[in-house]
Design a protein around this ligand. Structure first.
Ligand code: GLU
Length: 293
């Protein structure tokens, strides 16, 4: 279902407070903010802090400080994902009721061992667009009694989406609308390239994929503007939106800021950190120029 054209557009910047913001984040934040202002739309900030082991209040404070300094203003209250685990649990329950998720018991080490043994032969194990091995089929093939027994024994597990079954349930090819090139293009979405993605982890009651689609819908986001590193993930987001009956935003994946080593910036790259650049005496206008705006 396309987003309604009669309501003002709604944009969001959705950082995770697991490190300090760098120039790549600044580009995303500026673009969302500027596009919202230019179209008479709304600009929201969402804190994506479901990973309680890596996100900290200090990094969250730094995000607010950096964004204020950059001259951005957003609507309050800010949605913090850690305050909404129930919403993600409900969505997972719905997918479970549809028979589309299964408990996944293999540890990272077990998956790695499987892949290494397989790759000792001729062929490579299939990998997702981020280079991670696709999850083996073992857990999908277990029967209900075996799953119940493992859970009763307290074996740690994540919940994974059975992507092939989910696509069969949707029953039609998926696409998304992409405006990142300047024109609106219709992109064919192939969620199968990700294999059976995690929707809730053993140590976190949700995952990025699940919480991002729930929140984009709950916050009425009409335009998702984010880095090209999340382009391929959009296929999973479209699948989840269809399964859960959520509206389909327009997507705009923007260029990435590349570091001196030719790779996309990471949160540990101090020299391009917004706070470090501020302390070096740069002004918000300099940051705009540095990100090519
Ligand atoms: N929280 C994600 C990040 O920090 C961004 C998610 C999104 O924009 O969809 O990279």
């Amino acid at each position: 279902m396309p987003a309604s054209q009669s309501t003002p557009p709604v944009y969001r910047f959705a950082p995770s407070p697991n490190g300090s913001l760098h120039l790549g984040h600044a580009l995303s934040a500026f673009l969302n903010h500027d596009m919202a202002k230019a179209s008479g739309g709304r600009f929201l900030l969402r804190i994506e802090d479901i990973d309680l082991t890596r996100c900290t209040p200090e990094f969250e404070e730094m995000i607010y400080r950096d964004l204020v300094w950059l001259g951005l203003d957003w609507e309050t209250p800010v949605r913090r994902q850690s305050e909404h685990f129930d919403a993600y649990r409900d969505a997972l329950d719905r997918l479970r009721d549809m028979g589309l998720v299964y408990p996944a018991f293999l540890t990272r080490g077990e998956v790695k061992a499987r892949v290494t043994a397989y790759e000792a032969g001729e062929e490579n194990w299939p990998r997702d667009p981020d280079g991670s091995p696709l999850y083996p089929d073992d857990d999908k093939l277990r029967d209900e009694a075996e799953r119940a027994e493992l859970i009763a024994r307290g074996v740690k597990h994540a919940w994974r989406l059975d992507v092939m079954k989910a696509m069969a349930r949707v029953g039609k090819p998926l696409t998304w609308r992409e405006t990142g090139s300047g024109n609106t293009e219709t992109i064919a979405a192939d969620p199968a390239i990700w294999g059976d993605v995690v929707l809730s982890r053993s140590d976190a009651p949700s995952s990025y994929h699940l919480s991002v689609v729930i929140d984009d819908a709950l916050q009425g986001i009409t335009h998702v503007v984010r880095g090209k590193d999340l382009y391929a993930a959009t296929a999973i987001h479209r699948l989840l939106q269809e399964l859960l009956g959520l509206p389909e935003p327009v997507y705009h994946h923007h260029r990435l800021i590349i570091g001196s080593d030719g790779r996309k910036l990471s949160k540990s790259e101090g020299s391009t950190g917004i706070a470090a650049l501020r302390e070096d005496g740069l002004l918000p206008a300099d940051i705009r120029r540095l990100v090519g705006l």
